[in-house]
Design a protein around this ligand. Structure first.
Ligand SMILES: NC(=O)c1ccc[n+]([C@@H]2O[C@H](COP(=O)([O-])OP(=O)(O)OC[C@H]3O[C@@H](n4cnc5c(N)ncnc54)[C@H](OP(=O)(O)O)[C@@H]3O)[C@@H](O)[C@H]2O)c1
Length: 333
């Protein structure tokens, strides 16, 4: 038996999750059966999508049930194995949840090479956010060299990689982020051509100044007023990549629709939603390219690691909604 702390969903939140949303418990796990492994978690990925998984609605994944271990992607070490593909000491990634230890049958579990990159990088630029940026920009956004690309939540996990991919592919890249320091990081450290601080107000005016010829690709992570500002400044044939809408995730009423949606007609533009999991069979291709850009220095992986253990999960998750993270937010266990 292995004792483990876990975070369970206690009740569905309305608005921002709070202490009543979560139940920190300690339980005993049995040893792995034939075909199973026991893993010890080292890093838990914190993702805006987790907020959506708490709602009892139809989505691309079923909601987390009340009393279930909160769903999460993790990096872990195999500590016991009765599975032919995994040996004790292997480092792996998988959806083990918000827990210190987990039993798995190996489905969806991948080996991870810590000599190639750190655990947090495997959850960030080389993990799901990196794949999201890659396929969102290149497949959904159909990025071309010379395009003017705008990325929102640009200092975050997906946005920071999307902007750097666009630069590597020869685009002019404008990032939108909250605060002067994040904007400085975008232009001085991550190679963006310009950055807009949406908290300084009038995003539309700032966008028109930064992209006077209009936007070819808008990679949208936030929705809301920033999406409207981008819609008002499109170029003919523009592609809007609907990656996420974090500004609405904790709203208790559906947000108003984008008021400028007629720009799609005027500028013969498109807006396409996507879910990264649909590209799972092409992750190796994206992973190889992202690893090459990392090695060549064309891509920097930024991670924001919070030391808090499983008990720090609820507070760490909410950092995504206040903008307290820069780069990929990860909880160290
Ligand atoms: N479609 C897919 O398959 C897929 C996969 C992964 C992620 N996503 C989406 O991609 C987006 C980014 O995810 P991530 O993991 O990279 O998170 P992240 O960008 O690292 O963190 C979230 C960031 O969103 C910004 N934000 C929070 N509330 C905001 C608001 N009201 N208005 C504007 N910005 C706000 C904050 O930055 P500021 O300080 O700049 O405000 C915060 O740091 C999310 O919408 C997520 O749901 C989609």
């Amino acid at each position: 038996m292995t004792k483990t702390q876990q975070v369970l969903l206690a009740q569905r939140p309305t608005g921002l999750p709070d202490a009543g949303t979560w139940n920190l418990t300690t339980t005993e796990l049995p040893g792995p059966k034939d075909g199973e492994i026991l893993v010890k978690i080292s890093f838990i990925s914190l993702d805006p999508a987790m907020r959506g998984w708490l709602n009892d609605v139809r989505s691309y994944l079923p909601p987390v049930g009340i009393g279930e271990v909160m769903r999460a992607l993790d990096i872990a070490t195999v500590v016991e194995s009765r599975h032919p593909d995994f040996a004790v000491g292997d480092t792996v990634s998988g959806t083990f949840g918000v827990t210190e230890y987990a039993i798995s049958d190996g489905r969806g579990v991948q080996h991870v090479d810590l000599n190639a990159a750190s655990g947090p990088t495997w959850l960030g630029a080389l993990g799901m956010p990196g794949m999201t940026a890659y396929f969102g920009l290149l497949e959904v956004g159909k990025l071309q060299a010379g395009d003017t690309v705008v990325v929102s939540a640009a200092a975050g996990a997906v946005g920071s990689v999307a902007g750097q991919i666009a630069k590597a592919k020869g685009a002019t890249v404008i990032g939108i982020a909250g605060g002067a320091e994040k904007c400085r990081i975008l232009t001085e450290e991550l190679g963006f051509d310009a950055a807009i601080d949406y908290r300084a107000g009038n995003v539309l005016k700032q966008l028109r100044e930064a992209a006077p010829k209009g936007i070819d690709v808008y990679f949208d992570n936030v929705g809301g007023e920033i999406l409207d500002a981008a819609l008002a400044n499109l170029r003919r044939g523009a592609r809007i990549v609907l990656c996420g809408a974090i500004s609405a995730y904790n709203e208790q009423k559906p947000p108003p629709g984008p008021s400028r949606y007629m720009s799609l007609l005027v500028f013969r533009a498109s807006m396409t939603g996507f879910v990264v999991f649909d590209y799972a069979d092409r992750y190796p291709e994206a992973g190889a390219q992202l690893a090459q850009w990392l090695a060549e220095g064309k891509l920097q992986s930024r991670e924001h690691v919070v030391e808090g253990g499983v008990g720090g999960f609820g507070e760490a998750l909410n950092m995504l909604f206040s903008g307290a993270n820069t780069g990929k937010l990860v909880l160290a266990i």
